[in-house]
Design a protein. Structure first.
Lengths: 485, 109
């Protein structure tokens, strides 16, 4: 090590030159701008007076989907007569088509009465049983449906509006020979941007010309195991961490969507709700923990909102109302984010448009609820998501097992227009499916929960390609990361 | 349920039943419980005849237009119109100018 001043200053000069060199190579990137964002959440805000009973919601759902079912059944079974009133069916030789809402009678379905008796929390397993049976209901009445291979009760959920073809037998059961769902919703023909669907591109190829949207869900602040991953995520998304290529990727992200379960569910929260003799201590502990988690989330959002535009969707564990459609969380919960133009607090389900493509999605409660009441063998959450698109309804199990508001003249959870990207968050794993309907591409995506998988999803806004990217302490060799500094 | 009683009332052929003041004030009391009308007593209806009241009751009972409980009649009429169920226009004409106490269905107590 040279000790005299001259060589020290020479070394310093050399170091400065090197740092300058490095600085020129590691040029900072400016984020891609996208001004085409349009919020389309109007339907999910609570605009109209609410009914006291849910009958109106079911009636609206039936009336909204019945024309589509009539069309679908004429297309599929041309010549078969559609019966207006179920109760007027009589045993006949020829087959008829009936249209109505399914109801599944389930022995194991959790009920409030049983909860009181058992006094436990919730069981989350699938509640299917051998004895489950289906009924079809329309305005006039109900009809029992005979369980068969085609009409297996374990494959349907309550609240689906469906058309069945078959005949009534002498026991009063309807024997089904075929069924049809409303099908994919109508596509708005006024789309301006066409999907430039190209061959398979990897995540890092041709980054200069691509625009992305990032999806993150289920970060679960407040959970101790999540402290490091969420810090890493925040640094990653702001572009402070990662290789040059990763930082270039993050600069091409036009918008980030942060979906539900921002804060972890407190372990003692059941005791607070039910009340215990140690009320004061438990309450103080739980509330301090929750407010701590919210503050951590707020800091995270504040850091990212300085460099990118965000959409925030409430989830199941968040402080935003328990009924679907969940209203945006009260901004008073996040005092530091009050006048921040980059953040959009939105409803759950969330609908918006960006780059000329329509997006529709939820935080995942709808899919998880269907999974509880349906046989999930050989089916992934992405399959269920595509099924809900065929049913044209975001959450058919509302309001039966998933809580929702009662509406008088509309059912906002009916999908009236086909989205280009239909997503659901907080899933167990990443899944995706691409469909083509009348020259329009429809991409269904399930965004995995960050706390479980440490994965986030990137979606290419021009070609609708999706990639899941893992942000973890250990990286495996499968990820294409070019560590060139 | 004063309104239901009116529906099933026995009446002599040729004469119209009189709405006594006692039953009228009872009706308004019931309606303030549901929060639907002001505290003014209902004056005997001269403008709207018995036929209109019957027509409204028929509209309430018609299953085709969906549930009627807890919903103002005019909202139910508009909902039926939006779903292309062709509700009769006479009902709308009766409802649009009528007072508050005709807005709720027969089934609402």
């Amino acid at each position: 090590m040279p000790r005299n001043k001259a060589s020290k200053s020479k070394l310093k000069g050399l170091l400065q030159k090197k740092v300058k060199q490095l600085g020129q190579e590691e040029s900072s990137f400016t984020r891609v701008q996208d001004d085409s964002y349009k919020l389309c959440d109007d339907e999910f805000y609570l605009n109209e007076p609410k009914a006291i009973q849910y009958a109106s919601t079911y009636f609206s759902r039936y009336e909204l989907l019945m024309p589509a079912l009539k069309e679908a059944s004429v297309r599929k079974w041309d010549g078969c007569k559609i019966v207006d009133e179920i109760v007027s069916l009589k045993p006949e030789k020829s087959e008829k088509v009936i249209i109505g809402t399914l109801f599944k009678e389930m022995k194991l379905k959790p009920s409030v009465v049983l909860d009181m008796v058992v006094l436990l929390g919730r069981e989350s397993g699938p509640f299917i049983d051998e004895s489950d049976s289906l009924l079809l209901e329309d305005i006039s009445g109900r009809m029992k449906i005979l369980a068969s291979d085609i009409m297996d009760p374990s494959k349907f959920v309550t609240g689906t509006v469906i058309a069945l073809k078959g005949k009534i037998n002498t026991n009063g059961f309807f024997e089904v020979s075929d069924y049809t769902l409303p099908g994919v919703p109508p596509i708005n023909s006024l789309r301006q941007e066409e999907t430039k669907f190209s061959e398979e591109k990897t995540l890092f190829s041709d980054l200069e010309n691509r625009k992305f949207m990032a999806f993150v869900s289920g970060m679960e602040f407040g959970n101790i195991t999540q402290k490091i991953p969420t810090t890493m995520l925040s640094q990653f998304l702001s572009g402070n961490y990662g290789s040059k290529l990763e930082r270039l990727l993050n600069s091409r992200v036009a918008r980030i969507l942060i979906a539900g379960n921002h804060i972890a569910e407190e372990s003692d929260i059941d005791e607070v709700i039910k009340g215990s003799f140690r009320t004061h201590d438990i309450n103080e502990k739980v509330y301090t923990n929750i407010s701590g988690s919210i503050e951590q989330f707020e800091c995270f959002v504040k850091a990212i909102s300085q460099v990118c535009e965000l959409d925030i969707i409430p989830g199941d564990n968040d402080i935003a109302g328990a009924f679907l459609p969940q209203q945006p969380p009260n901004v008073a919960l996040f005092p530091q984010l009050l006048k921040n133009d980059n953040i959009v607090f939105s409803t759950n389900p969330h609908q918006f448009e960006i780059n000329g493509k329509k997006f529709l999605g939820t935080s995942g409660q709808n899919i998880k609820d269907i999974c509880r009441f349906r046989d999930m063998k050989e089916k992934t959450e992405c399959d269920i998501l595509c099924d809900t698109l065929q049913m044209r309804h975001i959450a058919p199990t509302c309001p039966d097992t998933l809580r929702s508001f009662p509406f008088i003249s509309n059912d906002p959870l009916v999908i009236k227009e086909c989205p280009n990207v239909y997503f659901s968050c907080n899933a167990e794993e990443f899944g995706t499916k691409l469909d083509k309907e009348e020259s329009e591409y429809i991409r269904c995506v399930t965004v995995p929960s960050f706390s479980k998988t440490s994965e986030i999803v990137f979606l290419d806004l021009d070609s609708l390609e999706v990639y899941s990217y893992k942000i973890a302490v250990e990286r495996d060799e499968n990820h294409e990361v070019n560590m060139d500094y | 349920m004063p309104k239901i009683n009116n529906f099933f009332k026995n009446k002599k052929k040729g004469t119209t039943p009189k709405k006594t003041k006692a039953s009228a004030s009872k009706a308004t009391k019931q309606m303030t419980l549901t929060g639907s009308s002001s505290k003014t007593k209902r004056a005997p209806k001269k403008l709207f005849g018995e036929d209109s009241a019957q027509a409204l009751i028929q509209f309430d009972g018609n299953q085709k237009y969906g549930p009627a409980v807890g919903i103002p009649r005019i909202v139910r009429w508009e909902r039926a119109k939006n779903f292309n169920l062709s509700p009769p226009i006479d009902i709308f004409n009766i409802l649009k100018d009528s007072s508050e106490d005709l807005q709720f269905s027969v089934f609402d107590v």
